[in-house]
Design a protein around this ligand. Structure first.
Ligand SMILES: Nc1ncnc2c1ncn2[C@@H]1O[C@H](COP(=O)(O)OP(=O)(O)O)[C@@H](O)[C@H]1O
Ligand SMILES: [Mg+2]
Length: 140
């Protein structure tokens, strides 16, 4: 069954990412979808810290992928917002990332949902009218 939770502040969103990290294993893929500014990147900050990395997490919108080391596993952080097509993703070696002993985070995965492997964790972010962030978790 789907789970959902809320984060009323940026700090609560980071804390939610930290606690989510505890359920991850090498090879897991986490998709983060939903409104711009809903807190996806802040959730990733908490998640990366929760895996034990001290590296700074910033939005990979321009870089397409960022890598964070120093935690339980390397984290590969994608943002597909500016990606033109799935072929571009294959071109940067998406399949090789899937074979890595690491954790993959994908913001804006809804642009190319067919590229996600089975069992991807899907987090849907929504901004409620009062500004609180609502997140629903499902597994593909
Ligand atoms: N409850 C909240 N959770 C997360 N971010 C929040 C919250 N309330 C306000 N914010 C602000 O919203 C923005 C979220 O940015 P970001 O994490 O980059 O979102 P996204 O990656 O979804 O576009 C930040 O400026 C943050 O300070
Ligand atoms: Mg973002």
């Amino acid at each position: 069954m789907d789970e959902s939770f809320q984060a009323a502040t940026e700090a609560e969103m980071i804390a939610a990412g930290r606690s989510f990290a505890a359920r991850l294993r090498a090879g897991d893929v986490v998709a983060l979808d939903g409104d711009l500014g809903a807190g996806k990147t802040h959730f990733c900050k908490g998640l990366v810290a929760g895996l034990g990395s001290n590296e700074e997490v910033t939005s990979p919108t321009f870089a397409l992928v960022q890598e964070y080391q120093g935690g339980a596993w390397p984290v590969f952080h994608f943002d597909w917002y500016r990606l033109e097509d799935a072929a571009e993703l294959q071109g940067i070696g998406w399949d090789d990332y899937l074979d890595e002993e690491g954790v993959i985070l994908v913001e804006w995965s809804e642009k190319f949902p067919a590229m996600l492997p089975p069992a991807t964790y899907v987090l849907a972010f929504r901004i409620l009218p009062d500004g609180v962030r609502h997140i629903t978790l499902s597994r593909r």
